[in-house]
Structures are given as structure tokens and as C-alpha cells.
Design a protein around this ligand. Structure first.
Ligand code: G3I
Length: 358
């Protein structure tokens, strides 16, 4: 699959930003990431696999100890929360919110409108024509109001629409675009804002780390919607990288232009995969990539959270999707920290003053 493939040409490695990992001061090595993140005024987050959280005590303890923000990897998606039409199941999502509360963690809500992981009753109804445009719009509205309303006051950032552009910057084909037209995006934000005015509402996508056609499409969308008074308050950069594709160019500049619109930014799903087997050189490059994204976040005043999409290779979506690739997270399958963990730790310890222009 080449879903997250970066153009090779973006290997402009931001000299001075990358490959500058130095050992952390020894006093800091024992501090969990979240303690260092607090000092850097950023949330350090992870996607959480709820099956692992229930079954694996090491995973549970590590998730609670290291992170100050959590995102449901799957259990807040539409297929999970409304498997039968009108019959909601919040059990697993509620369990995550409870875990977060017990551990003093913020929760990112992921995700309200997506083309993927939709319930079968919805996709088949649209496909066979039994659900038409007016009904679909009502279904989307009810979904957003039900889900955002259910978690009102407990989610600090919602990924309202996820992955709505193709890499060339054109609107992604989906049941939403095809049936409702592009206005579904503004509608989704309006409904989400009405259901929880306190939550920060985000656009979210992959391959938008640097300045490119896709991130520019988001910039224009955000600018237009905000000019219309729509509460589009954040831009979420997923950060699914692969070392074989090079590091994206001008990440900090990309975040800065969203900030100039008055928005927050966040890295929402960071992982850095490689062609297996892993070796020391690949792990060093991976560490530099994690650090490069983190430094861009810390260089941007309103980059408020840095979330990894899983933190141990024991539970990572990557090998199941990209055959022959993996080792994409901070810890190996035995929860042993890799150089990438040290890079993130050191970057957080260096804080926002580490990057010139911060
Ligand atoms: O729930 C079923 C379970 O009942 C069944 O037994 C099992 C058998 O394989 O499958 C389970 O569903 C899986 C689901 O994750 C929950 O575990 C799906 O097969 C699997 O495809 C699904 O993958 C998720 C993927 O989104 C789906 O697109 C990954 O875990 C999740 O990490 C990934 O996350 C996405 C973000 O939401 C958006 N950005 C990209 C990112 C990576 O693809």
C-alpha cells in the first residue's frame, strides 16, 4: 500500500533540526514523558488499543505513566459506537474516558466524519439507495450531536472531519461528498460546536506535515470556513512517516501558517515506519524523524499536543497494512525504549526554547 507515501523529493532534512539528538541529562532520564511535556507546555499523547488496555497490565501501566493525552484508536469511530442503527454502544469509549480521568489525562476525540470504519447499515443503505441525501444529512447530524453530546465536557479536541482531501488537494470522493456535496464539512463543524462549545474542533489528515498541495487545500478550507464564522479551531497533522520516503519539508512553516489564521495545531497520529528488518542506522533515522516533528511542534506556540499512534511495536497497525514494514513506534515489542523514545524524551526536556524562533 502506498497510502501514506511521501514524495521522495521532500527529503529536505531541515538542517540543524534533525540529527541533533543528544543524551538527556541523567536527572531527566527517569522522568516519564508526560512530566517533561508538562514543562514544555504540550500534551504528549498516544492512541490507545482498548483490547490491550483490558488484557495487558504492562500496557495499561505504561499508558498511564507516560502520557498526558489519549486518543481512542478505534472505539470512538462510527462503526464502534452505533453498530446497529439507533443503538449506541459507548461501553469501550466510556472505559477510555474513565481511564483518562483516573490518570489525569486529556482525551482527543477521533473521529466524527470519515470515509472509513462506517457501520454496515449506513454504507449498505447509501449503496442500495434506501438512504437518500436528505436522510443521510439527518443521520450525520444525529451522529455528531449524539457522540459529541455524550462526551460533552470530557473531550478537549475533536477530529471532526478526517482525511477529506486527496494528496493532490482535490476533495476526496466519499459517500459524504458524493451524496451531500462539500457543505457537509461546514455542517459537521456547526453541529459539533453546538453539541459541545468547549471542545476544540479539528481538521485531521496524513501527508500534510509539510507545505504541499494537500496541506494547502486544508489551509484554504480553514481560511474560508473561519471567514464564514464556522468554528474550525485546529489543524491535526497525523504524522505517519516512513524513513524510506525522506523527511517532509518545512513542517514548522506549515504549522505556522495555520497558527496565523488563529488556529491550534497538533500532531495527532505520529509513527515512523521502516522496511524490516530494523537496524541501528534505521532506528537512528527514525529517532531523528520523531524529533523533527516534535521540534516543529515545540517551535509553534499553539501546537498543543503531540500524539503517537501507538507507542509499542507490540500493538501497532503498521505491519498489518504495510507488508514488510513496521517497527514504527517508540518502544519495541517488549516495551524496551528505542532511540526514538530517547529522542522524544530529549526533545521534550529541551522544551520550547530548544528551537530558534520559538
Ligand atoms: O473490530 C474488528 C474485530 O471484531 C475483528 O475480530 C478483527 C479481525 O481483524 O477486526 C476488527 O476490526 C479492526 C479494527 O481496526 C479494530 O481493531 C479492523 O480489521 C482493522 O482494519 C482496523 O484498523 C484500524 C484502521 O484505522 C482502520 O482504518 C487501525 O487499528 C487503526 O490504527 C487505524 O487508524 C487510522 C486512523 O483512525 C486515521 N488515520 C490513519 C490511521 C492508520 O490507518
Amino acid at each position: 500500500m502506498s497510502r501514506f507515501r511521501m514524495p521522495a523529493a521532500v527529503a529536505a532534512l531541515g538542517a540543524g533540526l534533525l540529527f541533533t539528538c543528544v543524551p538527556a541529562a541523567s536527572a531527566q532520564s527517569a522522568a516519564p514523558l508526560r512530566a517533561l511535556a508538562d514543562r514544555a507546555h504540550v500534551r504528549i499523547g498516544t492512541a490507545v488499543d482498548m483490547t490491550a488496555l483490558a488484557d495487558d497490565s504492562t500496557y495499561r501501566a505504561t499508558t498511564g505513566r507516560e502520557f498526558s493525552s489519549v486518543t481512542a484508536e478505534n472505539v470512538m469511530k462510527w462503526e464502534a459506537v452505533e453498530p446497529q442503527r439507533g443503538a449506541y454502544d459507548w461501553t469501550k469509549a466510556d472505559a477510555l474516558v474513565r481511564f483518562a480521568r483516573q490518570h489525569g489525562q486529556a482525551v482527543r476525540g477521533h473521529t466524527l466524519v470519515w470515509h472509513n470504519q462506517l457501520p454496515g447499515w449506513l454504507t449498505s443503505g447509501v449503496a442500495d439507495g434506501s438512504i437518500g441525501a436528505a436522510e443521510l444529512r439527518g443521520i450525520l447530524r444525529r451522529h455528531i450531536i449524539a457522540e459529541v453530546g455524550h462526551f460533552k465536557g470530557r473531550i478537549h479536541q475533536w477530529d471532526v472531519v478526517n482525511e477529506v482531501f486527496d494528496d493532490d488537494g482535490s476533495p476526496r470522493d466519499s459517500i459524504w461528498l458524493r451524496t451531500l456535496g462539500p457543505s457537509y464539512i461546514a455542517d459537521a463543524f456547526r453541529w459539533a460546536h453546538a453539541a459541545d462549545p468547549g471542545a476544540k474542533l479539528f481538521l485531521n489528515d496524513y501527508n500534510v506535515e509539510g507545505v504541499n498541495a494537500k496541506s494547502t487545500a486544508y489551509y484554504e478550507l480553514a481560511r474560508t470556513l473561519r471567514a464564514q464564522g464556522v468554528a474550525v479551531q485546529g489543524f491535526g497533522v497525523q504524522g505517519h512517516l516512513g524513513i524510506q520516503y525522506g523527511f517532509p519539508g518545512d513542517v514548522a512553516g506549515n504549522l505556522a501558517r495555520f497558527e496565523e489564521l488563529g488556529m491550534e495545531t497538533a500532531f495527532t497520529e505520529v509513527d515512523v515506519r521502516m522496511v524490516l528488518p530494523a537496524d541501528a542506522a534505521k532506528r537512528a533515522t527514525q529517532a531523528a524523524y520523531f524529533r523533527g516533528l516534535l521540534d516543529a511542534c515545540l517551535a509553534t506556540r499553539h501546537c498543543t499536543s503531540f500524539t503517537v499512534w501507538g507507542y509499542t511495536d507490540r500493538y501497532s497497525w503498521v505491519p498489518g497494512v504495510f507488508t514488510g514494514q513496521g517497527a514504527a513506534t517508540l518502544l519495541d515489542e517488549d516495551f524496551t525504549p528505542k532511540p526514538a523514545y530517547a529522542a522524544v524524551r530529549d526533545g521534550l526536556a529541551a522544551g520550547r526554547r530548544a528551537v530558534s524562533g520559538a
